[in-house]
Design a binder for this molecule. Structure first.
Ligand SMILES: Cc1cc2nc3c(=O)[nH]c(=O)nc-3n(C[C@H](O)[C@H](O)[C@H](O)COP(=O)(O)O)c2cc1C
Length: 254
């Protein structure tokens, strides 16, 4: 089984490609974490695939991915575990954080990959140029083919990680700060371009948006930026930071 999380479609695309290649089931992590059971059980036996595909959020895994692993119970089975972390540039120590969380469940991470894709983080930077986006998408698709072959052969200790510079402080200090202070929705707002279409409510992975004429954010936020990037009229803003910026959505879900 392949478990994935995705806001703007990059990780969804990767997870779909791998799932099609391996002929394995694809499961959206937020659909699982929304269940009321404390532990989440799956029919995964020794040697079966257990894959995780998700984006880097501030040099760490999204909290929802760690919460899912924390609740995972495979009744002592040891599958072939792999991860693909998608990012705009570098993942820091994201895979290390994932590996440690899996080890607490006695699940050894057999192989792990960083995949550079177009950057969805448009709060500090603008969206990348079309040329950069297309070139990243093309090379990611080539890399996905290599990853699929490695996974097909269940190769172990294949770690192809792009940590980047100052990986430890980024994944420790900045990531802690991000988890503590950035995971709220009070900065999102909507401008006069909103036509109340309701797409943001439909796509919010944790159902934290309610559209009543206009969107209203309530409760938790994963900061996946799906609402911001995928709004068809670009009406959703983050404070005033995104007013004159472009938006990114993977072509598969455009
Ligand atoms: C809140 C947030 C934080 C991010 N942090 C990083 C980062 O630390 N390093 C990086 O290279 N990309 C970062 N990105 C970019 C995404 O990891 C990247 O675009 C990813 O492929 C998006 O996947 P998705 O389309 O499946 O959501 C960040 C994106 C978001 C929304």
């Amino acid at each position: 089984m392949i478990f994935y999380f995705s806001g703007t479609g990059n990780s969804l695309h990767v997870a779909r490609e791998i799932s099609n290649y391996l002929g394995d089931k694809l499961i959206f992590i937020p659909d699982e974490t929304s269940k009321s059971e404390t532990t989440l059980n799956y029919d995964i036996k020794d040697g079966d695939y257990l894959g995780f595909v998700f984006p880097v959020h501030a040099w760490g895994p999204p909290m929802i991915v760690l919460e899912f692993i924390n609740r995972l119970d495979l009744a002592g089975h040891i599958p072939y575990v792999f991860s693909v972390v998608t990012c705009g540039e570098e993942e820091g120590k994201t895979t290390d954080i994932l590996r440690r969380s899996l080890e607490k469940k006695s699940l050894p991470l057999s192989s792990a990959f960083t995949l550079v894709m177009p950057n969805s983080y448009i709060l500090s930077y603008d969206v990348e140029s079309e040329e950069v986006i297309n070139s990243k998408l093309l090379s990611a698709d080539e890399k996905i083919k290599d990853i699929c072959k490695i996974l097909e052969n269940r190769e172990v200790n294949r770690y192809q990680i792009i940590s980047g510079s100052f990986a430890y402080p980024k994944s420790k200090v900045i990531n802690n700060f991000f988890r503590e202070y950035a995971l709220d929705n009070k900065h999102f707002n909507v401008d006069e371009n909103c036509n109340g279409c309701g797409l943001c409510e439909e796509i919010c992975p944790i159902h934290s948006i309610h559209v009543n004429g206009k969107p209203h954010w309530k409760g938790a936020c994963t900061m996946c930026l799906a609402c911001l990037n995928r709004c068809p009229t670009h009406a959703i803003q983050y404070d005033k930071k995104t007013v004159n910026k472009g938006r990114y959505v993977h072509p598969d879900i455009r």
